[in-house]
Design a protein around this ligand. Sequence first.
Ligand code: FEO
Ligand code: CA
Ligand code: CA
Ligand code: CA
Length: 580
Amino acid sequence: TTAMAQPASRFPFTPIAAQTDNTVHVPEGYSWKTLVRWGDPLFPDAADAWNPQTGVSVEMSDRVFGENTDGMELFNIDGREIIVINSEYTNREVNLPHATDGVPTGLDDVRILQNFQGVSVMEIAEGPDGWAVVVDSPYNRRIHHNTPMTFSGPAAGHDLLKTEADPTGMASLGTFNNCGSGRTPWGTYLTCEENFNGYFGANGDLPGGMVGDGFRRYGIGADGWGYDYHKWDARFDVAANPNEPHRAGYIVEIDPANPDSTPVKHTALGRFKHENAAYAIAADGRVAVYMGDDERGEFMYRWLSRDVYVPGGDTSTLLVEGELSVAVFEDDMTGRWVPLTPATTGMDAAHIAVFTRMAASRVGATTMDRPEWIAVHPNAAEAYCCLTNNSRRGALTDAGTVRTNAGGDPMTVNAVNPRETNNYGQIVRWRPMGGDHAAEGFTWDLYVMAGNPTVAEGPYAGTANINAGNLFNSPDGMVIDSTGLIWIQTDGDDSNEGDFAGMGNNQMLAGDPVTGRIERFLTGPNGCEVTGLCWSSDRRTMFVGIQHPGDNGGNWPDFGDSLARSAVIAVKRTDGGLVG
Ligand code: FEO
Ligand code: CA
Ligand code: CA
Ligand code: CA
């Protein structure tokens, strides 16, 4: 772990205190303003789509900014600012007020839920009143649970991806549970499919064999998570369509420059509960993409392209041909990337692509404390992953054996996941051997273990860079800016009580990678998580996502008698300077 000298601050802001109220706070000398809220129009015909009490109708549900904003990236295309933003999930109780507990009563109900999720592509521009969506821009686009997509890689066209409606195994509909984001050096957006399993259910018997084993490993069951798509939209009934879930759980590439382009699901990068996708260029020009699988005891992965990236050259193979590896962390603070190949796993390439978790279990990957966002340092050969928490780490079953992930791999305490019942989380940092992101080996340390020195001693107090002034839990979103500051967003317990006393609402902090010092920059409204971060091209505006702000009953940001609305905010310095 990092030793904590506290030299002169390199932080371009005065840290703020923890907050427990129902709005956003930023440091003195900064201001924030809403850029776009769930239900705001993306097209001129949706100008009046939003109703403060009832939300948006099914007819307008694919014409507005989606709900529960998450990962986002900004692209400057022909001098225009195009922002691409994930909508991870939807609040059924809010959107279906006529339905008991938000359980759909028909296909229209299912469609409204399907349309509020996915991805929003939109042009934004800054005027005298701040940033706003350009509603008549030709770039604006909604991508949702029924948008046509295609596949690349070893599983494309394979029997495992074929369905009655798509005997080619190449024409899939929709992208699901779009959590973190990524981008490519060639200017495309990567949306990352996380908890896709929750949308499926069964109106009959579940399949057996390897498909059934996969359902158990990925958490696909008869009941789903309450979306009940399968009762009204047969595609989601896995008794009738057992291969449909094999068509979700991927990294999906979207070209924001071409609103008519077909998104591509890249099966070579593996199927799991993808958090985000962070690229690095290896010494020889190959493209590495680091990815976490956010579930208790699941793994961290690295994609390495076969071919090198040449700016302006052919990029068509770079997420298609290459090698997927999984991380092994040793207790001596070294580690290595173990390739998932037919030779190492005994599985063929298509099965590795679809049943990636099972392939990774076969090579002895290290079970992790829920890998969330990974960030690559732009100016140093190192990368970081938020391990958000793991309440079952080291815990014993009734039979007295250590708890496992769904594949039976034990979640024994180890050096990189060092705490039983880990409710605070930690951030692991690794440095590839020789400074080369293509290297097999790496060294690692813990950049921070979150904790609470005001209520605990020992490991639960956290590392030395945690103090009463910067308490937080459950690091999740993470981006390293061009100056090398690590921006850390949280999605944790915001009760401000007990183990979490003094932590306040979910928040965003900045960390210095050299000193380890961490300071609080922003706090969200009570009930929210803070997730998603990008900058305007001139870096004078930082865009930050506020997800599920109404979870504790608040109604940010409109207040009054309005529903709560997830939103992206624009943060600026009042002196107009660079942010971060
Ligand atoms: Fe959608 Fe793991 O956060
Ligand atoms: Ca997350
Ligand atoms: Ca989370
Ligand atoms: Ca979330």
